[in-house]
Write a protein that binds this ligand. Structure first.
Ligand code: FAD
Length: 522
């Protein structure tokens, strides 16, 4: 490579990775996409409800901004939210230009409603197949653009570079040897961490590997205590935790208990359309109270034609399980869904390490505060992805602010123990039980101790040894538990039984970083 600055390495191929790659190519750079599975493998592909933007006649970016700030429960970075809301219409226009077929009604863009949005502002495609449409469209453009792609290639660690950016160590599957890329700008677009939890809507890869890699390299991470749980995933023994989008409640579906009673009326003035964290906790509370493993989503009030036209994928899925949502109630329960925290970045996607950028769910821009507003996450991949692409073209200095409460942690010394899937199961069970929707101090301490002990076992024992999936999963899981233990209050998606209320002193972020002596490539 003649000029590595012009050859950024983009890790991940969801909305954020594909969009950054496309924009880089359009700006004359020669990006390479490295992605763990096939190009289309991502959480993006499974997004249903849609993507938020103030494009309706009665809407404005100012309202979108205000709703985002309100949902974020006192912790939203206002500059990031303003940027998100203001830039949304332009990013939607870019998607439409690439060819995303947004749904229309009588020639006008169709807009849905979701919880905590004060206006109808959710654009969708193929009814409830928005993510699929976006992923397929961007993929097609990437292939047409002749962008270099390395599929089935997993980033495992980063090493110090030469000022341009870090060196990336990747492993080509199956069972391939480690390959080191030369130093160049690296964009982490590796997505979320929902699959660190036993019950999750996320794809198997989503275990926060990018966060662990960045942290080990010395990058600041933030807001790790904020994991969003979605209140309504399909709940049946042996069935996948398939998401039943919030948009269905926006169309009038109601949550009821086993006795058919609506319990959200008492929980919040907005009932089923209350913020996600409120609904998830209310559902969890109802499950605990009733000792029934789930509650029900009742969509039978929505006219059958409308239900099947607007939510074709969900209706098809339910049919496989013998349910007709126009007649039958849908069993649902809350599951892990979205990682609000991640690698700390500034508004241009710059991390605390020169030449290392993050975009999409893996990044913590502060835009979601303590609780993400539904349909803002596909959008963040585009808005901040655009900024990253502009930075790659003309890099300038900058980086995230270090939160006043930043804890320096030592990486475990590491025995280089063998990895196995039983260990991953243990992590997923631990986080689900002890760092879940309702957290106790004992549970958090036990989970942290377990993750640290595991880290000591599986962390590589020497520099030059490449960490595996379990070592990275254990590290990210320990960061979640550590931050959750630190925040002695309840706010947004983070709820503790010993501190059930918000506290003024906690109107700030929790940062985590690796102690300097233990940084560096391994
Ligand atoms: C079921 C479901 C429904 C959702 N519905 C909506 C919705 O309606 N609206 C909305 O706004 N949001 C929704 N979300 C959230 C949204 O889909 C995600 O936040 C968003 O798609 C994340 O995009 P991303 O590009 O950051 O990551 P992803 O789309 O998750 O892509 C991450 C990529 O990184 C790759 N990768 C990961 N680790 C590595 C590694 N170590 N090396 C190489 N490659 C790696 C993966 O293979 C993948 O290609 C939903 C999420 C789920 C799971």
């Amino acid at each position: 490579v003649k000029d590595p600055k012009r050859h950024p390495l983009i890790v991940g191929s969801g909305i954020a990775g594909l969009y950054v790659a496309l924009r880089c190519r359009e700006m004359g750079l020669r990006p390479t996409i490295v992605t763990q599975g096939r190009l289309e493998e991502s959480n993006t592909r499974y997004a249903q409800g849609g993507i938020a933007a103030a494009v309706g006649p009665d809407d404005s970016p100012a309202r979108h901004f205000a709703d985002t700030v309100k949902a974020g429960d006192g912790l939203v970075d206002r500059a990031a939210a303003r940027l998100l809301a203001n830039d949304a219409p332009a990013r939607i226009a870019a998607l439409a230009r690439y060819g995303v077929p947004f749904d229309t009604i009588e020639g006008h863009i169709a807009l849905g409603r979701e919880a905590a949005h004060s206006r109808d502002r959710i654009l969708h495609a193929g009814g409830d197949a928005t993510g699929l449409s976006i992923e397929e469209t961007l993929k097609r453009r990437v292939l047409e653009g002749g962008i270099d792609i390395e599929e089935r290639t997993t980033l495992r660690t980063l090493g110090p570079g030469d000022g341009v950016g870090p060196v990336a160590v990747v492993v080509r599957a199956p069972g391939g040897a480690a390959v080191t890329h030369e130093a160049r700008p690296v964009v982490l677009a590796t997505g979320g961490a929902g699959n660190l939890y036993r019950q999750s809507t996320n794809r198997p890869f989503a275990m926060g590997e990018g966060i662990a890699i960045a942290f080990r390299t010395g990058a600041l991470v933030a807001d790790m205590e904020f994991v969003q749980f979605h209140p309504t995933a399909f709940w049946r023994e042996g069935a996948p935790r398939y998401l039943i989008t919030e948009a269905i409640r926006g169309e009038g579906a109601r949550l009821v208990n086993d006795a058919g009673e609506r319990f959200m009326l008492e929980a919040h003035p907005d009932a089923e359309l209350a913020p996600r964290d409120v609904v998830a906790r209310a559902v969890e509370g109802e499950i605990a109270r009733s000792e029934h493993p789930h509650v029900y989503l009742d969509a039978t009030r929505i006219p059958r034609d409308r239900l099947f036209a607007r939510f074709p994928s969900i209706c098809r899925f339910l049919t496989l399980y013998g349910l007709d949502p126009s007649k039958d109630r849908i069993p649902v329960a809350p599951v892990a869904h979205y990682m609000i925290g991640g690698i700390a970045t500034d508004l241009d996607g710059r991390t605390s390490i020169p030449g290392l950028y993050a975009a999409g769910e893996v990044a913590a821009t502060g835009v979601h505060g303590a609780n993400r507003l539904g349909s803002n996450s596909l959008l963040e991949g585009l808005v901040f992805g655009e900024r990253v692409a502009l930075q790659l073209r003309h890099p300038t200095r900058g980086g995230p602010k270090r939160p006043a409460r930043t804890i320096e942690l030592s990486l475990p010394p590491g025995d280089g123990g063998a990895e196995d899937t039983a260990t991953l199961d243990m992590i997923r069970t631990r986080l689900w039980e002890d760092v879940g929707i309702v957290r106790t101090p004992e549970g958090l301490r036990a989970a942290l101790a377990a993750m640290e002990a595991l880290g000591r076992d599986v962390e590589p024992s020497s520099k030059g040894t490449v960490p595996g999936t379990v070592a990275n999963a254990a590290l990210t899981a320990s960061l979640i538990a550590r931050a959750a233990l630190e925040r002695t209050e309840s706010r947004g998606a983070h709820y503790r039984t010993d501190w059930p209320r918000r506290r003024k002193i906690w109107e700030r972020h929790v940062g985590l970083s690796a102690r300097r002596a233990s940084r560096g490539a391994r």
